[in-house]
Design a protein around this ligand. Structure first.
Ligand code: HDE
Length: 662
């Protein structure tokens, strides 16, 4: 069990699984919890019933404001360990002591939707990690995309207003495919690069454990000698980065709105942790101006081929929460929570965030003591002269709450930097007070083009179709202006395709970016492939025997696949009870499908699931004697294998995620 989880359990949990009397919040045992106090059996309810009033009043106040953005989230506990000391770059203890396990809590989220929205909209994913280090909490509050929509924090509220449901009719929920979002994009072309990521497969991840994470901004690492390096933080998923198809996502969102969170929850319950390696890209201070963009610009990434990602440690997320509200809902992240050895750059987006996160917690968590909530409390402890406020949970002893003091021997006292006191990096700054942006921020299109250049043909096609889908949901004048002001300035082929598919006007002049660079690391095809946590739905027809079923299960489970049996109803054959029916699941919820059939013809629900699995380019296996006559594909097609004679082929297809060439 992670140390933080251990601490939560020890000091802050109420174990409702133990035998205990039901009491009021004052500790008074209650004798009746089904009938309120009335004047006679058919009489009016009495105000005097303090238990009824307390119970309902508490209930009335059970909700807190959801996050303005990233409202829908899912949190997991775990630990982090650095592989080798990074003392060359930083004095942060959790990054310099191999063998030390630092407890972490990671919250994955979508951005635009409300707390009850679906798991797989086309959206950015939040990827926020709290490290409970011995020097205090360090929060790496990132996303699954390495760049952002804007270069300056002042534009964030506008962008969020534009992507949220439109103000007049509160539609659409959790979707960027509407007028106000694309209107904002067309008028703020610094978003071009991020919009390419949003229209790519990165925006529809197969699983939280199959996506990259990025700190986005340029930060600083500072070593014990006070030397600073610029750094970008990366999380690399051990199981590789994989997507679902857009058509599939839309069906999943109906069939199982909790698809991503349920996958992660179940994997962890079944002993399959989510693992990510921490990567650093480092640029020495002297090289600040050596790139063809400004490293303070959060709409730019550092191509991995130019600045390699050094893999420095691993995060293992291996424990689910005990209580969603107390932990996942009440966790409060802040990019300004740093430890000695980590510092900020002047990225104007980051600078705005440093204000925003405390401010939002004040309204969301109802006062200045949110750091005392169990999930937020640093394992390092805290002592200072801050006092009182809503929800004060500590009883401070002693007479003083001021610094400096004589009465209490000046305790608590600032620590010198030698004793771990945080010292801000002494960057030399000079300038006029000015509301402007440096010229080095004006290139909006080169990296948008680089992103497109870097994708495989399949990924490019997905992106073409995503643009066409989104703009088809907008008015014609918005389609026209997006094609003109954005897409035509990135890539002419893309502009032609989208104009053709959406009926938008194609500008006469080709204004595409001529940037030729590509970065192979940006393609999701250049990733790890693994059978770990892969699922298979095994459809069986009623005439399948117990032996066939047992044999199928063991040969798939032996290879690490997670197997669910599906039939037309729940029944038991030998040791196996059928898990699901054609009504309760669907092929979109599995990585691969198998049909095992006797002599009977395949029934319509089976045919439907197999057809859709085939359309979604999934590995399909068969056993027994299924008749392909009624299907639009056959055993000759790519990615369709006999699991009795070609099991390895089937497993390879599952591992490769999709049969793209189909
Ligand atoms: Fe956030 N962001 N953000 N953001 N953000 C919030 O804080 C904000 C930005 C990110 O799981 C809020 O506690 C501003 C970039 C994540 O609890 C709020 C700006 C990146 C999460 C806020 C940004 C992020 C948030 C809402 C522009 C990627 C969820 C609730 C200057 C690096 C954390 C909350 C969780 C949450 C403000 C831009 C990531 C309102 C003003 C860039 C992962 O404070």
């Amino acid at each position: 069990m992670s140390k933080k989880k251990d601490e939560l359990n020890k000091r802050d949990t109420i174990d409702n699984t133990k035998k205990a009397p039901l009491t009021t919040n004052q500790g008074l045992p209650v004798s009746e919890d089904e009938f309120s106090l009335k004047a006679g059996e058919r009489g009016p309810t009495l105000m005097e019933d303090f238990h009824l009033r307390e119970k309902i009043t508490h209930f009335d106040h059970e909700r807190i404001p959801e996050r303005v953005v990233h409202a829908r989230g899912f949190g997991v506990h775990g630990e982090f360990e650095v592989y080798e000391s990074l003392e060359k770059y930083t004095k942060a203890k959790f990054l310099t002591e191999p063998g030390k396990k630092t407890p972490v809590f990671t919250r994955f989220s979508t951005v635009a939707g409300s707390r009850g929205s679906m798991d797989i909209p086309r959206d950015v994913r939040g990827f926020a990690t709290k490290f409970y280090t011995e020097e205090g909490n360090y929060d790496l509050v990132g996303n699954n995309m390495p760049v952002f929509f804007m270069q300056d924090a002042i534009k964030f509220p506008d962008m969020v207003h534009a992507v949220k449901p439109e103000p007049h009719n509160e539609m659409p929920q959790a979707a960027s495919a509407h007028n106000t979002f694309w209107d904002w994009v067309s008028q703020n072309t610094e978003s071009a690069h991020m919009v390419m990521w949003l229209m790519s497969d990165r925006a529809i991840p197969r699983s939280f454990s199959m996506m990259e994470g990025f700190g986005v901004h340029t930060f600083r690492l500072v070593n014990a000698e006070g030397k600073s390096h610029f750094v970008k933080f990366h999380w690399k998923p051990v199981d590789g980065m994989h997507q679902v198809l857009w058509d599939e996502a839309q069906i999943i969102n109906g069939k199982n709105i909790d698809f991503n969170r349920q996958t992660l929850w179940e994997n962890i319950e079944n002993g399959h942790p989510a693992e990510f390696e921490l990567g650093l890209q480092i640029i020495p201070e002297e090289d600040e101006f050596n790139m063809d963009f400004d490293i303070l610009d959060p709409t730019k990434l550092w191509p991995e081929e130019d600045v390699p990602v050094q893999i420095v440690g691993k995060m293992t997320l291996n424990q689910n929460v005990d209580n969603y509200f107390a932990e996942t809902e009440q966790v409060a992240f802040h990019p300004g929570s740093v430890v000695p050895g980590i510092d900020f750059s002047n990225d104007p987006l980051l600078q705005g965030r440093l204000f925003s996160y405390t401010d939002t917690q004040l309204i969301r968590l109802g006062g200045p003591n949110f750091h005392q909530l169990p999930i937020n409390r640093p394992l390092a402890g805290f002592t200072n002269n801050q006092r009182d406020g809503y929800g004060q949970m500590s009883i401070h002893k002693g007479r003083t709450a001021h610094h400096k003091n004589y009465i209490n021997d000046n305790q608590p006292e600032p620590a010198g930097t030698e004793e771990g006191g945080y010292e801000h990096y002494q960057e030399k700054v000079e300038g006029r007070k000015i509301q402007a942006r440096h010229d080095s921020f004006t290139d909006h299109f080169s990296q948008a083009k680089m992103f497109l250049n870097s994708l495989s043909k399949t990924e490019q096609q997905h992106l073409y179709d995503a643009f066409s889908f989104e703009l088809s949901k907008c008015d014609m004048d918005i389609r026209n202006i997006v094609v003109k002001e954005l897409i035509n300035k990135i890539d002419r082929n893309l502009a032609e395709y989208v104009a053709n598919h959406t009926g938008a006007e194609l500008p006469a002049e080709n204004e595409e970016s001529t940037y030729e660079k590509s970065s192979p690391a940006l393609s999701m095809m250049n990733t790890n492939f693994s059978l770990n946590t892969r699922t298979v739905g095994v459809i069986i027809t009623p005439d399948v025997t117990e032996d066939t079923l047992d044999e199928t299960r063991s040969k798939l489970e032996d290879k690490g696949l997670q197997v669910k049996f599906i039939s037309d109803k729940i029944y038991t054959i030998g040791k196996t009870t059928i898990d699901e029916t054609h009504d309760t699941v669907h092929s979109v919820l599995f990585d691969s499908m198998i049909v095992i059939s006797g002599e009977e013809d395949l029934q319509p629900p089976v045919i439907e699931q197999l057809e859709i699995a085939f359309k979604h380019k999934k590995a399909i296996g068969f056993g027994g004697n299924p008749s392909f006559g009624t299907l639009s594909f056959s055993e000759e097609d790519k990615g369709v294998s006999n699991i009795e004679t070609e099991l390895d082929q089937f497993l390879d297809d599952v591992k490769n995620h999709r049969v793209w060439e189909r």
